[in-house]
Design a protein around this ligand. Structure first.
Ligand SMILES: [Zn+2]
Length: 167
């Protein structure tokens, strides 16, 4: 087990751009283990949350770990190869905001992402709606962008109110 503490908003490292993972020299397995263990811990504590990005555990590498609903996707060096002009609104939060509040964000409805999996095999997948929003959020972390930067019309609500939403 290697549960890391979550880097919280206000810590300037969340604003840094992460470096590409080098499969030859970087301890990719350790990065993945840290992200997985930390994600599982936060999921147990907070009861929500589907993914985590390197910078959130102070690992300034371009890696995203997603695991929820029986699905697991590890993205290394992900790049958006296309993004729909069509946008949609989604309530979003972040482990780095302690999932304490949600903001209404505007996201691409569909994206295509090129990435490498944990074995270094290249993949390209298309994501829509919720999954599209999720990976836009995580890939933003690799560029030092936070969901709070994406909030539209200053629309924010606390988690207790978000829980009451009909989703
Ligand atoms: Zn986040």
């Amino acid at each position: 087990m290697s549960v890391k503490s979550i880097v919280m908003i206000g810590n300037e490292i969340l604003r840094e751009k992460s470096a590409a993972v080098d499969f030859r020299t970087d301890p990719v397995d350790r990065y993945i283990q840290d992200l997985r263990d930390t994600l599982h811990q936060v999921q147990r504590e907070k009861k929500i949350g589907r993914a985590i990005a390197g910078p959130q555990v102070a690992c300034m590498k371009r890696i995203v770990y997603m695991e929820a609903g029986g699905q697991k996707i590890i993205m290394i060096n992900p790049q958006l190869t296309s993004a729909s002009q069509e946008m949609f609104e989604a309530w979003d939060s972040c482990f780095s905001a302690d999932l304490a509040f949600f903001g209404k964000t505007l996201r691409h409805k569909t994206i295509a992402v090129h990435y490498f999996d944990e074995n270094g095999t290249a993949a390209e997948d298309v994501f829509e709606d919720e999954m599209s929003e999720l990976f836009q959020h995580e890939i933003d972390h690799l560029d030092g962008i936070l969901f709070t930067d994406r909030i539209i019309d200053n629309q924010i609500m606390m988690r207790s109110e978000w829980e009451k939403l009909d989703r």
